[in-house]
Design a protein around this ligand. Structure first.
Ligand code: FES
Ligand SMILES: [Fe+2]
Length: 424
């Protein structure tokens, strides 16, 4: 595919920026702002526009999601069902379970899950509970030799999830009972799909297939559809962020904040070197035309991925695959960040960096991980600041710059649309 076919040229309109700055300088008194907010609310009511419809309005008129979507556990519980459980949410990576028998227990949206690599090398996700009395089966990461034995009454499951032993279930010395049909009592499997090493799960079990859901993203990055290799222990790290996970997405997919939040990055990758990426209903993000490869002391670089087009010589893209996975691709490495929604105001970011070959320069790898960690840490104060700001009752969801916030608005509109559709 010719790169030019899908690279969008930015079109910056600073009218609204100037207007916003005027308001900050006090050109409009606070009392007037309050009256305007009240007036808008009244107008919304009069037109019977719901808050969610207003989020989905054209960007020039749209407001962001109301505060409750960041602060109210009940609202967020409804949202989680519509936005996380009924779609393909990122859970972990294949590198978390590198060898057959590796098992990792996880909690996602309050559900106990178990990642397990079976004997054939395939990764499966199960509900981490015994079919007998619902005991948690695996409580810490470990390599399972043989079968998974429930610590309560020792029912045993093969590594593919089948129930294989039920000791004394028919009475002392009787390991079977006609009322207990082992064939129907295997571990409960959760629908999963792996792409770019990320293990996606569809908890509701009824979402359209992953490859249909993300067909546009798979097509966009078809060139990167080749083996990727996790950089190992030095290429994974976690960040704890005191904010709702959506704010991390909203920040990630726009380049507007670069000059102020990432001055180092901005010194060579300026605002005007970026373009928006917008695919309604699926993903949004930003791209740059000026990616510079990291170099070691002797000028060494990471090997490139195979057969990439010219665009990627200096191009890189950063995409939030809705709902909760942030990807970055470059000619010589890529990364995935899984946003774990630990609580309505807590997110754990799991960062994993990948390369084109299994063996890469360790010093350069460490340097690359440190570089990205520095960038992602720079984002934390704004993400957390927006979370704190959502306790202000006067905040009405805010406005979007029609020129700069398109990718962020697209995500808001997607969230609002899914909740509205669920409400019917
Ligand atoms: S709860 Fe697992 S064997 Fe009883
Ligand atoms: Fe950022």
């Amino acid at each position: 595919m010719a790169a030019d076919a899908w690279v969008k040229t930015p079109n910056y309109d600073t009218t609204d920026v100037a207007h916003t700055q005027d308001m900050r300088r006090g050109a409009v008194p606070e009392s007037a702002c309050h009256l305007m907010t009240k007036g808008l609310t009244a107008m919304t009511d009069a037109l019977h526009i719901t808050a969610l419809e207003q989020v989905q309005a054209p960007i020039e008129r749209a407001r962001g999601l109301p505060n409750a979507h960041y602060t109210d556990p009940a609202t967020i519980a409804e949202e989680n069902t519509a936005v996380l459980a009924s779609t393909w949410a990122g859970l972990a990576v294949g590198a978390d379970v590198p060898a057959p028998g590796d098992a990792v227990p996880l909690t996602f949206l309050g559900q106990p899950l178990l990642l397990l690599r079976d004997d054939a090398g395939d990764i499966r996700v199960f509900q981490n509970i015994c079919r007998h009395r619902g005991m948690i089966l695996v409580s810490a990461p470990r390599r399972i030799e043989g079968a998974i034995r429930c610590p309560y009454h020792s029912w045993c499951y093969a590594r593919d999830g089948h129930l294989v032993a039920t000791p004394h279930v028919g009475g002392p010395g009787q390991n079977s009972h006609k009322g207990i049909d082992r064939a129907t009592l295997g571990l409960i499997e959760v629908r999963s799909h792996i792409w770019r090493d990320v293990i996606f799960v569809n908890l509701s079990g009824d979402a359209p297939g992953f490859t249909d859901t993300h067909a546009a993203l798979l097509a966009r990055w078809a060139e990167f559809e080749q083996p990727i290799f996790h950089g190992g222990p030095d290429s994974r790290f976690q960040l704890q962020v005191a904010a709702n996970w959506k704010l991390a997405v909203e920040n990630y997919c726009e380049s507007y904040h670069l000059p102020w939040v990432h001055p180092g990055l901005n010194s060579y990758s300026r605002l005007e070197d970026h373009y928006h990426i917008q695919e309604p209903g699926a993903f949004s993000g930003q791209g740059t035309y000026v990616y510079r490869q990291l170099q070691g002391k002797d000028g060494q670089t990471f090997p490139d991925f195979n057969g990439l087009g010219r665009h990627w010589n200096r191009g890189a893209e950063y995409i939030a695959a809705f709902p909760n996975v942030l990807f970055g691709v470059h000619r010589d490495h890529s990364y995935a960040i899984i946003l774990d929604p630990v609580a309505h105001n807590q997110t754990r970011e799991h960062v994993h960096i990948y390369y084109a070959t299994p063996d890469t320069d360790p010093d350069l790898r460490v340097k690359n991980a440190a570089l990205w960690k520095g960038v992602f840490v720079e984002d934390i104060f704004v993400v957390e600041g927006m979370q704190t700001g959502r306790a202000a009752p006067g905040f009405d969801g805010g406005r979007f710059s029609p020129a700069m916030d398109g990718p962020t608005h697209l995500f808001h509109a997607w969230v609002a649309g899914r909740i509205a559709a669920r409400r019917g």
